[in-house]
Design a protein around this ligand. Structure first.
Ligand code: SF4
Ligand code: SF4
Length: 205
């Protein structure tokens, strides 16, 4: 029986492999580092995200959700939740993020295996601003601050915006405005939802 001889290309590759090592990686024995442009799991940035929900609106896979935690909480909060098992890594959330595309970003994290599907999510919390008259949710505090900064001096036409800004800067005390509870003219200088703003403007004298 004739034994086939290796081709020259195969010999060259075998010699090269002896010098530079094999083509394949040693994962999982050694961690695999993905290419910098790899489109992996999106990650929230707690510092940059303002809790506006734009990413949830545009997500085609409904992989982003939120929960507003108000009752029984000392500080009302919005939870932004990203479900890893539903995400298709399309990057629409990053593209739509109002916080300079930094609130949520695709990472190159590709190792997403898990034993329990219930654990396949990531979440961050943002503090909510409630109406100082009726207690309804207005928006996240960081979102109001973001709007006030974007529109600059125009924010002085809206007490909700300029008070949010001044409070975030520590220029006015959190509780000074809320202490005025005469349901009259002073309600106008409060952080209000749209309905209470309309009612205090139209009905108080
Ligand atoms: S990458 Fe696409 S599918 Fe995943 S959370 Fe963002 S928008 Fe949704
Ligand atoms: S700031 Fe960006 S990441 Fe945060 S909720 Fe808005 S769109 Fe989503």
């Amino acid at each position: 029986m004739r034994i086939p001889l290796p081709k020259i290309r195969e010999v060259i590759e075998a010699v090269k492999a002896l010098i530079v090592g094999p083509y394949t990686s040693k994962f999982p024995k050694e961690p695999h580092v993905a290419h910098p442009n790899f489109r992996g799991q999106p990650k929230y940035n707690d510092e940059k995200c303002v809790g506006c929900l734009a990413c949830q609106e545009v997500c085609p896979a409904e992989a982003i959700d939120h929960k507003d935690l108000i009752r029984g909480q000392s500080i009302p909060k919005r939870k932004m939740i990203h479900y890893t098992d539903t995400c298709i890594f399309c990057g629409q959330c990053e593209a739509a993020c109002i916080a300079d595309h930094e609130g949520i970003k695709l990472s190159n994290d590709w190792e997403l295996s898990f034993f329990d599907r219930k654990n396949s999510y990531e979440e961050i919390e943002k503090e909510l601003q409630l109406c100082e008259v009726c207690g309804d949710t207005i928006a996240c505090k960081d979102h109001l601050k973001w709007i006030a900064e974007k529109i600059g001096e125009l924010s002085y036409s809206s007490p909700t915006l300029y008070l949010s800004r001044l409070k975030s800067l520590g220029i006015i005390d959190e509780n000074i405005i809320s202490a005025l509870k005469d349901s009259g003219r002073s309600d106008r200088v409060k952080i209000l939802c749209a309905r209470c703003r309309r009612e205090t403007t139209l009905t108080t004298k």
